[in-house]
Structure formats: C-alpha cells, structure tokens
Design a protein around this ligand. Structure first.
Ligand SMILES: Nc1nc2c(c(=O)[nH]1)N[C@H]1C(S)=C(S)[C@@H](COP(=O)(O)OP(=O)(O)OC[C@H]3O[C@@H](n4cnc5c(=O)[nH]c(N)nc54)[C@H](O)[C@@H]3O)O[C@H]1N2
Ligand SMILES: Nc1nc2c(c(=O)[nH]1)N[C@H]1C(S)=C(S)[C@@H](COP(=O)(O)OP(=O)(O)OC[C@H]3O[C@@H](n4cnc5c(=O)[nH]c(N)nc54)[C@H](O)[C@@H]3O)O[C@H]1N2
Ligand code: SF4
Ligand SMILES: [Mo]
Length: 742
C-alpha cells in the first residue's frame, strides 16, 4: 500500500516540550569522567563531527561542569592541535535551542498529519514492527539505510544484522565517487579520506576547483598555508577568484565545464615538450604511446578556444608543474560530481600526476597507513539475497560503493524494475538539501511504506519521517574509534563530555534496543557500547582508560616506507601491474580508454551557469542553524559579475529570486553581491542555505538553496555520480507568487 506522506513542518506543531530555549543549561550534567582529567578543568577527548575530516580534540568544561569549548588535540595529524572555525563552533551543535530532544511519531488527527511526542519504547516498538513487516512482506533487502557520519556506522551494523546490505551515503555519488573510480583504474587503489597528499613538502600545488581555504579540510589547509610561506607555487583553476586564487602564482579563470580541455592540453605540453618524468613513466606506467597519439592535436591553442585560457598561460603553468616535479600535486579534488563525465576528468588528473612522477614521491602523494582494529566478536551477518548492485540493472559497472540516486530510483515503483525499496532509515543526511532532483526525492518518499529519521536537529528530512529518533550530539556520546589513515597510523577516541540533552540518545544505544526488539540481540552482546571500544583497543595494546587520558594515539608505521625509493620495483593493483594511462577495462565496458573532451550545454540567453561551493564557517546544511556559526555568517549571497549587474540593473544587497532553465524558482530570495571575483557567465552561491523548516529558528528563510535549482542532472555512466553543475539561472526582480518571504 502506498502511503501519502505530507511534509510535516515540525514548526506547525507547537510542541512545547521540543523547545529548550534558555532552559538549556538546566539539562547539563557534570562529566562522569572528570576524575580522570588533569587540573581544574575537565578535558574530555572527542573527534569532530562538524565535517568528515574528523579532527581530534578536547572538550573543555567550565567550573560548573558545563561544556565550554572544543580545542584541537596536538597529537592529531588531522588537525595538529588546531580546529577550523566550524570545529570550534561545534559546541553550538550542543547548545542549539532548536535541537530534537524527544522521539516523534507521525499521526493523523482530524484528517491532518502531525507528530506526537512519544516515549523511546513506543518509537522503537514502531520502528521494529515496521522493520519486521517489511522483512515478512518483501524480504529485509527492501529496507535501505541512507547515512553520513557516525550514526550510520551503528545503523549499518543493525541493517546488516537484519539482513540488508543496502546502505548508501551521499559522499559517493554526490561527492568523491568519480575520483575514487578514476584512481582505482589508473593506480589500482582509491584515495580515501584524508587524501594522501604531501602538501607539507610540495613545491607546486594545482587546484582545479578545489577551493582550499573555503573548503576547510583542516590539515590540508594548514599544510597549504605553510607551503605558501615556504615559497611553493599554487596554480588555481576556478571561474571564481577564490580565496586561494588570491595566493596563487597563476589563477586560470576557466570557462566552467571545460576543465577537461585544459587537462588534455597540459598533458600535451608535458609530452610534446618532453618535460614529463621519463624515468618514472618508463618504470611504472603503461600506455604512453597511445596517450601521446591521443593528445597530439590537443594543443594549448585548441584548448584556448574552449577554456578561454591563453595558450601561453597553459604552457607556462605546465612548465611550472614540470619544473617542481615530482614535488607537484595536481589535487584530485573532493567534490567532483560536476558535469556527468567526472570519472573521465578525474582520470585526466590521475594521468597528469603520473606524468609528473608524483605518486609515491615526496611533495607529491605519500603511501598512507592506518591502524586496523579487529571486529568485536559478533556472529556472522545473514547473507542478503540481493544488494545495491542488483538495483543498478547493469548500469554504473564501476561503482565501488552504493549510489544514492539509484536508491531513489529503486524506491519509485515502475514496470520491470525489480529490486524495490519499501522503507528507509535515514541517519545523518539531510536528503532534501543534499540530493539533486527534489521531485524524484518526493516521488520516492511518497511511494515508501516507512521512513525513520535519526537526526540531532529538526532538519527538512525529519518532516518526511514516520518516526523521528533524536540523537544526542557527538559531544554526548561514544562512537567508533577513528582509524582514518595518515602518514603514521593513528587512532582517536570520542567519548561523552556530558549527559545527552533531554531525551536524546546515542545511535549506538538506539540500535542495541532495536536489535533486541527484533530478536537480534546476539549482534549486540554487551551492556554498553563502550565495552566494544575497550575490547577493540585492548587488542591493539591500548585500552579505553588509556585513550580517555590521551585521546589520540600515534603508532609506528609497519608497512612500506612513505615514498618510493630510487629505482624501487613496484607492482600496482591494476590488470597490467602498472599505472595505466590507457584503460583496457574502460574500453571493454564501452567507455573511452583515454579521457576525451566533450562539450557541455551552454546557458540560454539571459541565463548564467549556477556554481556553488563552501564557506569556511559552514558545513553543507548542517551548520546553518548553529548559533556560534550564524554569528559569523547567517545567509548566502548570489555572486554576480558587475557586467551582469549592469545589464540587470542590480545593486549590492538587492534581493532577487533565482529561476533555473526548467522554470524552478527559489523558495526564498537571495541578496546580490556584485564582484569582479566571478566570471560574467556564472552565478555563484554557497551551498547549505535557504532552509524551509521553521523550527530552524536561525536558518529558516536565510538565503537560498542551490539544491532546489539542480534539476538537470547528467549521470556519470561509469559509476552513477550526479553531475550537479549543469544548471543555469536567471534573475527574478519581483517577488514571484510561489515564493515565501524569509
Ligand atoms: N568549510 C567547509 N569545508 C568543507 C566542506 C564544507 O561543507 N564546508 N565540505 C567538505 C566536503 S564533503 C567536500 S566534498 C569538499 C568540497 O570542496 P572542493 O572539492 O574543494 O570543492 P568543489 O565543490 O569541487 O569546488 C568548489 C569550487 O569549484 C569552482 N568551480 C565551479 N565550477 C567549476 C568548473 O567548471 N571548473 C573549475 N575548475 N572550478 C569550478 C567554484 O567556483 C568553487 O570555488 O569540501 C570539504 N570541506
Ligand atoms: N546542491 C548541492 N548538493 C550537494 C552538495 C553541494 O555542494 N551542493 N555537496 C555534496 C557533498 S560534497 C556531500 S559530501 C553531501 C553532504 O550531504 P549531507 O551529509 O546530507 O549534509 P548535510 O546537509 O549537512 O546533512 C547532514 C544531516 O546530518 C544531521 N546531523 C549532524 N550531526 C549529526 C549527528 O551527530 N547525528 C545524526 N544522527 N545526525 C546528525 C544534520 O542535522 C543534517 O540533517 O552533499 C552533497 N550534495
Ligand atoms: S576540518 Fe573543521 S569541521 Fe572538519 S573535522 Fe576538522 S575541525 Fe571539524
Ligand atoms: Mo563531500
């Protein structure tokens, strides 16, 4: 049966109990681990959840035992003792008076859908009974988990125990998927996070779109700023004069959507001017002849006509890279789902790095290492009958992880589709502002039989839930031990610095209770989740007690050295054992074996290309209501070139609505910022604003949402990534009838 699911604005409910307001402090309890802490001020280890760099830090409490601030842990190479503005502002997530603090259940009253507050027992009983119902009717595989962040780790365990492997995160098909596939095809390994970039020792850093400094990935920004002080050269390719463009030797204000032509021309210059690393290429790479032939006509003059970057600038910048090589990094980017041919663009970047001999070299890319933690002795998970791969029906053959947009498709019933999803658990991802094509999302939501949402805030996604499970923030809970790789293997502990606020709970607690209700108690064989951590830590010569004192532990490298030794033999995990310029695997699957330039559509008259990015003090949509961070920036602006402003007679600060090529208009107006820093053919905005949920008292109606305008989405045929930058906007000066007022 299809349930019609109205978006419930929690704001409309007047649920007094949801509002903590000024009473927030009365909920705070002293930290139970204070006796372990040196000095008067308690210091509790954590790692940050404001973004996924996961910097380790210390939570400091004031004399009354209240959380006062979070600072960086000096032992941690992800942050070197310094958090970024968002990490410092992380305490705002804890203090936010709009937080979710009680479970909610969707009910119909007088023909209208609304929420009522519920006890944990009621809420979890309902989730368990719906999970059982879906399992009985369709099999456990029909339940999917959308996740991003720590809550997803716990719910992923529950889902696997229940029998489904349909687990997906937007950090693949909306973010770094294409570059992972490109690196795997070229070097036989993915890049992961943090990327193993040796920015610390680089002499030349090339940034293609990567707007480090606005993208605040902490240690990368620190290393880049040190590199600049040391005199390293930066080359920035961006249609916008980004913060780092202002620190660059070359700023290449490229025409958007044409980067592939520039990359191919750079490859041309390196090969035809004979300035690539011949010894390296001969020893480690294969396919040079074909690559050379392939790019023979892709001269800087050819690229000039496409990119608007002058041939001399293309040549000089290529020579600069070659002169610094192998201590040169062409940054692989992170959010690379731009135009639908993103795996191929990332392949061109991978190839360029290999020509420079940068992979495995000081100042280029190092070989990272991580500390593996043994799994807690759980029983084996049941084997699902089908997985997300079956959902693709033969599409996206090289997707290494699940593709969120394919999950949306699989949730919309249709002829001959098979492999249908019937229910979702959503933990830590605000899908309406994260996924493109809102219409499809709504269709999916309205086709499902059940949605549970686990969140800390009344974000838009919670308005579609049948049950809302309020999670406490990262400052109030244990989560998995962080084991992300780095130059040295390193682990970090997150533990509670305070009791959960109100009736909020850690996801680890929720899944244990749910598991027990589902008869899956054997997958949760402990009283408290901290026992799992203690057991795991003891297997690697540490313990929970030790980690509570130090927060971060750095181990010695056990694997291969950080860089290739001179003349060292090395076999890569590719079919040929070499770094592959030419990919037979791509060819066999019907994809270009060498990257090619294809032209992308141009904006129609009076339309401009919509591009978006990050602001240093915000993360996606998750911080838009954070009281500490809204003090620094509380709305986004539309960056407009003065020439364009003149044509439209726009003035600074004027409110406009943006309309896209499909006639979609932003719900809220956005203020114009007139600046030379953006090309005349583009409009730029920071992602994550324009919230339509009134319970977000600080974020509601502030700025506009780029996500609403992303309705044209070319899909990467290789791995399913959604090209998010194929949309064009124009200005509406008068308030349209559809608009709300912010
Ligand atoms: N402060 C902050 N930092 C963050 C995040 C955050 O939310 N806030 N999120 C983190 C995450 S998950 C990710 S994936 C990264 C994303 O950060 P990056 O990977 O660095 O960013 P992108 O979104 O790929 O690129 C944004 C830049 O691309 C430019 N651009 C737009 N179109 C084109 C084009 O056609 N060609 C070129 N060359 N440039 C173009 C824009 O002007 C903008 O400066 O940031 C991470 N760091
Ligand atoms: N239009 C557009 N779309 C994009 C992007 C873009 O730049 N523009 N960027 C893309 C990229 S690079 C990425 S990585 C994705 C990111 O996409 P998401 O990860 O979905 O990012 P957010 O929108 O911040 O949503 C995070 C959600 O997690 C909740 N949350 C925060 N902390 C916790 C917690 O501790 N526990 C729980 N349970 N929930 C928590 C927040 O309240 C919020 O609802 O978006 C992608 N989509
Ligand atoms: S980069 Fe900033 S927001 Fe991200 S984990 Fe580190 S401190 Fe937190
Ligand atoms: Mo991302």
């Amino acid at each position: 049966m299809t349930t019609r699911r109205d978006f419930i604005k929690i704001s409309a409910l007047g649920l007094g109990g949801l509002t903590l307001g000024a009473g927030v402090y009365s909920y705070l309890k002293a930290n139970p681990y204070e006796h372990l802490m040196p000095g008067n001020f308690a210091r509790i280890p954590t790692y940050c959840e404001v973004c996924f760099w996961k910097c380790a830090g210390w939570v400091e409490k004031d004399q009354d035992g209240r959380i006062a601030k979070v600072i960086g842990n000096a032992l941690d190479p992800h942050c070197n003792g310094r958090l970024c503005p968002r990490g410092t502002g992380g305490v705002g997530m804890y203090h936010d008076p709009d937080r979710l603090t009680t479970p909610l259940i969707r009910v119909t009253e007088g023909g209208k859908q609304t929420y009522r507050q519920a006890s944990w027992d009621e809420a979890l009983d309902l989730v368990a009974s719906k999970m059982t119902e879906i399992k009985e009717k369709y099999g456990p595989e029909a339940l999917a988990l959308f996740n991003h962040g720590s809550a997803g780790d716990h719910f992923g365990h529950l889902l696997k125990a229940y029998g489904s492997a349909n687990i997906v995160a937007p950090s693949y098909a909306q973010c770094r998927g294409p570059r992972e596939v490109a690196w795997k095809a070229t070097y036989g390994t993915t890049l992961g996070s943090p990327e193993p970039l040796d920015i610390r020792d680089t002499h030349c850093l090339v940034l293609i779109g990567s707007h480090l400094g606005e993208n605040m990935h902490n240690s990368q920004v620190q290393e880049m700023s040190d590199a600049i002080d040391r005199g390293a050269d930066i080359i920035t390719v961006d249609p916008r004069y980004s913060t780092v463009a202002s620190k660059s030797k070359f700023w290449l204000p490229i025409k958007p959507a044409t980067d592939m032509a520039l990359l191919l021309a750079w490859i041309h210059v390196l090969i035809y001017e004979d300035i690539f690393d011949k010894k390296y290429v001969e020893k480690y790479c294969t396919g040079l002849d074909r690559l050379k032939h392939h790019v023979r006509r892709m001269t800087p003059e050819w690229a000039y006509g496409i990119t608007t970057i002058k041939p001399e600038v293309i040549r000089q910048s290529a020579r600069l890279m070659a002169a610094a090589a192998p201590a040169t990094i062409v940054h692989p980017g992170r959010h690379v789902t731009w135009y639908g041919d993103d795996t191929q663009r990332s392949r061109a970047i991978a190839i360029l790095n290999a020509l420079l001999g940068a992979w495995g070299r000081r100042g280029g890319f190092f070989f990272d290492e991580k500390k593996s933690l043994p799994d807690f002795p759980y029983p084996d998970f049941p084997k699902p009958k089908w997985t997300w791969r079956d959902m693709h029906n033969g599409k996206y053959p090289l997707a290494g992880l699940a593709v969120s947009n394919a999950f949306i498709d699989a949730s919309i019933p249709g002829e001959g589709k098979g492999h249908q999803l019937k229910g979702w658990i959503v933990a830590g991802t605000n899908l309406p502002l994260t996924l493109p094509e809102t219409n499809k999302f709504l269709e999916a939501v309205n086709s499902l039989e059940f949605i549970a949402v686990v969140d800390t805030m009344p974000m838009e996604i919670t308005g579609y839930a049948d049950v809302v499970l309020p999670e406490c923030t990262y400052l109030e809970r244990y989560d998995e031990i962080r084991t992300s790789p780095n130059r040295e293997p390193v682990i970090a502990l997150r533990m509670p610095a305070a009791e959960p606020l109100g009736d909020s709970k850690p996801a680890s607690w929720m899944v244990k209770k749910l598991g027990e209700k589902l008869g899956l108690g054997e997958f949760f064989p402990y009283e408290d989740y901290s026992e799992v951590l203690d057991w795991q830590l003891k297997q690697i010569g540490s313990s929970l007690d030790e980690m509570k004192q130090i927060g971060v532990k750095v181990y010695e490298r056990k694997g291969r050295p950080l860089y290739l030794k001179n003349g060292e033999d090395m076999s890569f995990n590719t079919p040929s054992g070499k770094i592959e310029f030419y990919s037979n695997e791509f060819e066999k699957l019907g994809f270009d074996p060498l990257p090619n330039y294809t032209a992308h559509p141009e904006p129609p008259d009076n339309f401009y290309r919509l591009i978006y990015g990050r602001a240093p003090m915000h993360t996606f949509s998750r911080t838009a209501n954070n009281p500490n961070l809204t003090d620094l920036m509380d709305e986004n602006n539309a960056w407009v070139n003065p020439k364009v402003a003149k044509i439209w007679r726009l003035h600074n600060g004027q409110e406009v609505w943006l309309k896209n090529q499909d006639g979609v208009v932003t719900t809220f107006p956005i203020k114009v910022r007139i600046t030379e820093r953006i090309r005349f053919d583009s409009v730029y905005m920071v992602h994550g604003f324009g919230h339509s949920e009134k319970r977000l008292s600080k974020a509601f109606g502030k700025g506009a949402s780029d996500s609403e305008l992303i309705t044209n989405v070319p899909i990467d045929p290789i791995m399913g990534g959604t090209g998010l930058r194929g949309n064009f906007v124009t200005f509406l000066i008068e308030k349209p009838e559809t608009a709300e007022v912010g």
